[in-house]
Design a protein around this ligand. Structure first.
Ligand code: SF4
Length: 73
């Protein structure tokens, strides 16, 4: 299962789909990473969104691993 993260909404959609899958299988996922609130608005070095998307991808991979036992054949 692929979840391309292209923007904030795609990340929110991914959390929702995987949390719903987890719930239906009785699996508990940790809370998704919080969205950044400290955008500097000036094109800074080390964008807060880069860290956020890295954390979102890690969350996705962890969730997919936990749900891998429940994939359909
Ligand atoms: S680089 Fe990132 S944190 Fe900085 S202004 Fe742009 S979006 Fe915001």
């Amino acid at each position: 299962m692929e979840f391309a993260l292209t923007d904030v909404q795609s990340a929110r959609d991914m959390y929702q789909v995987l949390q719903s899958m987890a719930q239906s299988h009785g699996v508990t996922l940790r809370a998704p990473p919080p969205e950044p609130t400290s955008c500097c608005g000036r094109g800074c070095n080390g964008c807060v969104w880069e860290g956020y998307y890295a954390a979102a991808l890690y969350w996705r991979d962890e969730a997919l691993l936990l749900l891998s036992d429940f994939k359909s054949p």
